[in-house]
Design a protein around this ligand. Structure first.
Ligand SMILES: [Zn+2]
Length: 464
């Protein structure tokens, strides 16, 4: 079923809050959410089968939509023949499947330029392990936020309107998007995922319009790493070279702490039914890591703003070191989350962010180029011509900056707000072996520049 795409203004954000429910509301929510999750899983099952048979045409997309819609609308009817779930509600769930398939087809087209660790899979099912995850999705006109309550309309099974109390504040304001009510089967709680096209955000000093004003015309290269979560090398608008390192070691500690704890418990409780407990522990570990990443990202953008940086170039790791099992999965998850948050906060801060493929950035000498130097022990890079040793992560950040500038002649005049899709990745690969040109006529960045040596060799950078 084709539908109009509305172009709403603002930054698309999802605010997640817990909903407080009594037994009666819980029971009603759960039965509706179970039926809708079944509808979602059913349409995705049909579409996956067609996709693997290479038969998922736009026509088949429409047919499956209509088929599942009719089936569920007929099966769950009120006495006077209306859809008990609300026709909007049923459509919203099927539209979610449409959205996810559309996103999947778009990613498929971009697969070649995406990093090798980035997996592109067809949309799956709403489930955890073998259990279905019940959820309800509502269109923007079906809900409202009023103080600490969500008011829901247009779901006949709820009655005329339902009022749900939420826990915690909402730090975004703007036009409403969809609302998802999801039951967490492990934590046994209900959560509301409220979508906003945010134009204002609540900061520690009050509400501010986003995006914030552009901090300046400086430009920075950022290398993502393990020991240093971010290594930043930047050139301010007045031509100064400044760098900073943001610690990543606590993330490793959090991960090892939980890994140890889980494996100890696993050996003690072997054979007992404890999978829910382990899932909850994994979730806690993830939450702690997310909080740490968020804190470091806030510090990073504060630093960038203080130095008047208006453009950041982030190295996109193409190969993540392959390790056994969980650690590899965990690393991919962390990279994905970090990149997503870097992009979102950049949008809010009014800073342009671009992703630069990272091949060779950690094996290129900042002074002499590709044929000189290598990464040596303990995060150091050695220039073999001069026999000098630099911080390896800052060397990579410098190379990302140099590459970013060399593929974009005039970094200040670009359109703002372009995402991953529009970056000239293919073109930039060719630049790997060439020494980077200085950016237009304005960027004082060349190999052999004495400033690089000063800011990295003497370890003047700040550590966070
Ligand atoms: Zn060298």
């Amino acid at each position: 079923m084709p539908r109009k795409r509305t172009n709403k203004k603002g930054l698309k954000r999802t605010v997640i809050v817990e909903i407080i429910v009594d037994k009666r509301i819980h029971d009603v929510l759960l039965s509706i959410a179970n039926i809708l999750a079944m509808a979602y899983n059913e349409i995705n099952y049909m579409r996956r089968r067609l996709f693997f048979d290479k038969k998922l045409t736009p026509e088949a997309m429409r047919q499956t939509y209509n088929e599942v819609y009719r089936k569920y609308a007929d099966e769950y009817k009120t006495a006077d023949g209306h859809c008990l779930l609300g026709s909007d509600t049923l459509q919203a769930v099927l539209n979610l499947s449409d959205d996810n398939w559309r996103a999947f087809f778009m990613l498929l087209k971009e697969k070649e330029v995406l990093p090798s660790w980035f997996e592109v899979n067809p949309p799956g099912y709403s489930k955890s392990g073998k259990r279905r995850i019940p959820f309800i999705r509502l269109k923007s006109r079906q809900w409202e936020l009023s103080g600490d309550t969500i008011i829901i309309k247009g779901v006949p099974a709820f009655g005329l309107r339902a009022v749900l109390k939420i826990k915690g504040g909402v730090h975004w304001s703007g036009e409403r998007g969809e609302l998802m009510l999801r039951y967490d089967i492990d934590g046994k709680k209900w959560y509301a995922y409220m979508q906003f096209y945010g134009t204002e955000k609540l900061y520690s000093d009050g509400w501010r319009t986003v995006p914030l004003p552009l901090p300046g015309s400086g430009i920075a290269g950022i290398d993502l790493g393990v020991n240093n979560l971010f290594a930043v090398y930047s050139i301010t608008s007045d031509g100064r070279h400044v760098s900073a390192l943001f610690n990543g070691r606590p993330l490793k500690s959090i991960w090892f702490y939980w890994k140890h704890k889980i494996s100890m418990l696993q050996s003690l409780l072997s054979g007992l039914r404890t999978s829910r407990r382990f899932r909850l522990m994994h979730r806690k570990a993830k939450m702690q890591m997310k909080n740490y990443i968020d804190r470091q990202i806030r510090k990073l953008y504060r630093w960038l703003r203080e130095h008047g940086i208006g453009t950041v170039l982030v190295g996109l790791p193409h190969d993540i070191v392959h390790r056994e099992g969980n650690e590899f999965t965990e690393r991919i998850w962390m990279y994905g989350y970090t990149l997503k948050r870097l992009k979102e906060v950049a949008e809010e801060e009014g800073i342009e962010i671009r992703f630069i493929p990272e091949s060779y950035t950690s094996s290129t000498c900042p002074l002499h180029g590709r044929d000189c130097g290598k990464r040596i022990l303990r995060g150091l890079f050695k220039c073999t011509k001069l026999g000098k040793v630099f911080n390896a992560d800052l060397t990579a950040a410098y190379n990302i900056l140099a590459r970013g500038i060399s593929i974009t002649p005039s970094p200040r005049k670009r359109d703002r707000g372009n995402g991953l899709k529009t970056q000239p990745e293919a073109e930039s690969k060719k630049c790997g072996s060439k020494p980077p040109r200085s950016g237009g006529n304005s960027r004082p960045l060349r190999r052999g520049g004495g400033q690089f040596v000063e800011s990295i060799y003497h370890h003047k950078q700040l550590r966070f």
